[in-house]
Design a protein around this ligand. Structure first.
Ligand code: ZN
Ligand code: ZN
Length: 555
């Protein structure tokens, strides 16, 4: 026995490395199919959103990660639905310091406007006015904008549901009933996690018939008549936001939207009413609500758990995305500098890895996408099988399953950055010809890159070729001048990027100058600055006659 045990581990390990490596989302989709198949229903991929303000690229994780699963399931020949609920009955907390209008122009909230909304703290988003007055209510304003952004990102098959309507039409009734019937267990679950809650706490609130807020604390329950007695009271929505009650006492039927459940109970009820097979959510829910909601499903609703997976948040330059930090990035903003497929590519990354997004270096993401595309078309070789699977699969998903039929060489983001800075707009396409086929996608990338360079690019990408020699000859040593002359000679012929690299290496070796010193000197001579974009492609974008003159220190 011993001998067998000793031989097998290495064999099975080898097996694991070669054959068992699978793309994470494929694995989840397969589990979802098995689960749905057992129940004889389509795979339901669900996500939710609270329309409390302008949605950002972090929120899009929910939508896109569930949509990817939806696409994979369909690709594997199984039926699926992608569902998003709008939690528009959630109580209002605060008007954000800024938000989008319907044309996605950023509006800064005045102090006055923010103050005028304080009276709505605790009122469902569905029942308060749109701050700009253009939509039926507050929730609708933000939902409309986000739905449009999701559509522009290619999520065309999502079915949207309003939580207010789900309450009104009785879809929550069976779950509310369960909670009242099993209130002992429900309380037990809550008090185990939040011991500060009162012993007689109900995870359901009446919507006050007098002031309209979700502040009716339930005092009596009539199981037969399905009625509750309540008193409208002050309520902390979070430790920061307190809704003021009106002290009204009333009795109401608990069905059809007269009451609203706490999130930890409402969320799993939504999962179950749609027969959700699989749902992604952020880490905050994973450690916050999910441990409660999971118990609610099993012990109160007495149903089977859906498959869930959580993802880490995006950070913007190391900070969490929030209006408070003033670092919100929306999908629309990202669309001004990146193609939709590149944006989607960002979400194919491993979910459990925290992503730090730095827009000033977004060229790195684009490079990675371009590389994945090349590997997909066999134009570049991956390091190993694992990288090949990962990148080709990520690429296919980023293309939403509609990968281009033929390969097309995209112009590199950084080369495009040099072109749009070195030349007037009318010359861009002509310059780009050297690097890619000129197609609609090249033109589009040039335009996107221009937005990036103008607004977000890091200083090192900003270049301006000085019209006159920016330094005096005396500043350069004799050796340096000789080397520049020789480099000028090299440019008497048309050169490729690889040739330029080789020449730089050769010169730096022969003249015993470090490549960095050499680069610094070239930047200095060309732009007057000591740093700059990747040099060989930058040189390729410039006129050869100009390079020759400048390197001879004659212009
Ligand atoms: Zn509106
Ligand atoms: Zn009230």
């Amino acid at each position: 026995m011993q001998a067998v045990v000793q031989i097998h581990p290495s064999q099975s390990q080898g097996c694991k490395q070669v054959n068992r490596w699978q793309y994470k989302l494929d694995e989840l989709a397969e589990r979802a199919i098995t689960k749905a198949n057992e129940r004889g229903i389509p795979v339901i991929c669900r996500c939710g959103e609270t329309p409390g303000g302008t949605k950002h690229i972090g929120n899009f994780n929910d939508n896109l990660r569930s949509y990817f699963i939806y696409l994979i399931v369909k690709e594997k020949g199984y039926t699926a639905r992608h569902i998003q609920t709008r939690d528009n009955l959630d109580p209002f907390r605060k008007l954000p310091s800024g938000f989008y209008d319907l044309k996605k122009r950023w509006k800064v909230s005045t102090e006055e406007l923010i103050k005028s909304y304080e009276k709505y703290v605790g009122t469902p988003l569905y029942y308060i006015p749109d701050p700009l007055g253009c939509c039926a209510n507050y929730a609708e304003h933000f939902s409309k904008i986000y739905e449009e952004e999701c559509r522009e990102m290619g999520l065309k098959e999502t079915e949207y549901f309003s939580t207010q309507n789900l309450y009104k039409t009785g879809r929550f009734n069976p779950y509310i009933n369960k909670i009242f019937k099993k209130k002992g267990i429900a309380r037990d679950i809550i008090l185990n996690i939040e011991s500060s809650k009162p012993r007689d706490y109900f995870p359901i609130w009446a919507i006050c018939e007098n002031c309209g807020k979700v502040t009716g604390r339930i005092t009596t329950v009539d199981l037969d008549r399905e009625e509750v007695g309540y008193v409208c009271t002050d309520r902390y929505l979070t430790p920061r936001y307190k809704a003021i009650g009106c002290a009204y006492r009333g009795t109401t039927n608990w069905n059809n939207g007269h009451t609203k459940m706490d999130w930890e109970f409402e969320w799993p009820a939504q999962m179950l009413m749609f027969q959700t097979t699989i749902e992604p959510f952020g880490k905050e829910h994973h450690i916050g609500s999910w441990p409660v909601s999971k118990q609610v499903i099993e012990r109160v609703y007495e149903k089977e758990l859906p498959i869930v997976f959580f993802y880490e948040y995006f950070l913007i330059r190391g900070q969490k995305i929030s209006t408070r930090h003033g670092n919100i990035i929306t999908l629309s903003q990202l669309s001004e500098i990146l193609e939709p497929e590149v944006i989607r590519f960002l979400y194919t990354k491993r979910p459990q890895e925290q992503r730090n997004i730095d827009l000033s270096h977004i060229d790195r993401l684009v490079d990675e996408f371009d590389k994945a595309e090349k590997i997909h078309f066999g134009l570049e070789k991956a390091k190993n099988e694992k990288e090949k699977t990962k990148l080709t699969r990520s690429y296919e998903l980023a293309m939403l399953g509609n990968a281009r039929k033929e390969s097309q060489k995209r112009i590199s983001y950084r080369v495009a950055a040099s072109i749009v800075q070195a030349y007037p707009k009318k010359e861009w396409v002509n310059r780009a010809k050297r690097f890619s086929e000129v197609s609609a996608s090249t033109k589009k990338r040039l335009k996107l890159v221009k937005n990036w360079v103008d607004n977000l690019a890091s200083e090192e990408f900003k270049i301006k070729v000085s019209p006159n020699l920016p330094i005096t000859k005396q500043k350069l040593g004799v050796k340096q001048q000789l080397m520049l002359k020789e480099f000028a000679q090299f440019f008497l012929q048309e050169r490729t990027e690889a040739e330029i690299w080789a020449e730089i290496n050769e010169l730096s070796g022969r003249y015993k100058l470090g490549t960095k010193d050499l680069f610094d000197m070239l930047y200095l001579v060309l732009t007057g600055k000591e740093r700059g974009p990747k040099l060989p492609p930058f040189l390729l974008t410039l006129d050869r006659e100009f390079i020759v003159k400048r390197l001879n220190l004659r212009a």
